[in-house]
Design a protein around this ligand. Structure first.
Ligand code: ADP
Ligand code: MG
Length: 273
């Protein structure tokens, strides 16, 4: 059902979420500033179950901040973010509707897999231990069961023979594939990728994109920030173009990539294509 707190009014300019969530991820009217710099200037975004959304946009347009807001690494000033709203309810910082407690945020984070540009593996742990860590420590699942699943996940990303390797013994592409297996290990409802291939040598980009494509074709819900236009064309259900903290346009790849309506989208695509 819907999570509507009693006796609270909607803040001006933000619609109350009085209908069941249509999306696995719903971002509504989100504003976020750092000092006087408005980084997110009213973002609306819906990611439906099983869909792949690719976010494009120039550096500094707010893409990483948006992912961090969705993962509750940043609080919003206005608006709300719901992830799998039926399970967790929604957070709506900046007004009195409902504050998620720290405990709820931790639970919600286990329902979101996050893959960063810089891999962020624990350097002293093996690939297997990196994958096992969160399900055991944050979700309290039995280690034996988690280990068996972690081996399957590492095999799925093509690293069955690297379970005992430490990050420094792996290439960047292999490290990022461990990071993807780790993100999957908590059985998240949605995966967030923040430029997952931009720290990689060019010859290693393909092996990581192939893993992400496999997940996409397998029905994993994901939100991917990337400059890889070919990838977007192949797997995105929706392409979102952001600039200066706003969604400038969004739609299927054939529309946004091949027939962009806005000059800023055209100018950006001219640069990256
Ligand atoms: P993108 O990922 O699209 O390159 P970001 O979301 O990283 O954009 O950043 C958007 C803007 O917000 C940039 O101008 C950046 O410098 C600024 N910014 C990001 N994080 C912070 C922060 N913690 N404090 C101050 N400014 C920030
Ligand atoms: Mg970024």
């Amino acid at each position: 059902g819907t999570a509507t707190a009693p006796g609270t009014a909607a803040a001006p300019g933000t619609a109350a979420p009085d209908a069941p969530a249509a999306g696995l991820v719903e971002v509504r009217g989100v504003h976020k500033s750092y000092g006087t710099l408005e980084v997110l200037a009213g973002i609306d975004l819906v990611v439906r179950p099983g869909e792949v959304t690719v976010i494009l946009g120039p550096s500094g347009s707010g893409k990483s901040t948006l992912l961090r807001v969705i993962n509750h690494l940043e609080k919003v000033d206005r608006g709300f973010v719901a992830v799998d709203g039926d399970l967790i309810g929604y957070s709506r910082w900046g007004d009195t509707l409902r504050e998620l407690k720290e405990k709820d945020i931790l639970v919600q984070r286990t329902r979101i897999g996050f893959v960063f540009q810089g891999f962020n593996l624990f350097p002293h742990l093996t690939a297997l231990e990196n994958v096992v860590e969160a399900p055991v420590s944050a979700q309290g699942r039995p280690r034996a069961e988690v280990e068996a699943e972690a081996r399957e996940l590492l095999a799925r990303v093509g690293l069955a023979d690297k379970v005992d390797a430490r990050p420094r013994q792996l290439s960047g592409g292999q490290q990022q594939r461990v990071a993807i297996a780790r993100a999957l290990a908590t059985r998240p409802r949605v995966l967030l990728f923040d430029e997952p291939t931009s720290a990689l040598d060019p010859e290693l980009v393909g092996e990581v994109l192939d893993v992400i494509k496999d997940l996409a074709h397998g029905g994993t819900t994901m939100l991917v920030v990337t400059h890889e236009i070919g990838f977007a064309r192949e797997v995105a259900d929706t392409v979102v173009f952001m600039d200066a903290g706003r969604v400038v346009e969004q739609g299927p790849p054939t529309q946004v990539l091949d027939a962009p309506r806005h000059d800023r989208t055209k100018a950006f695509l001219d640069k990256v294509l």
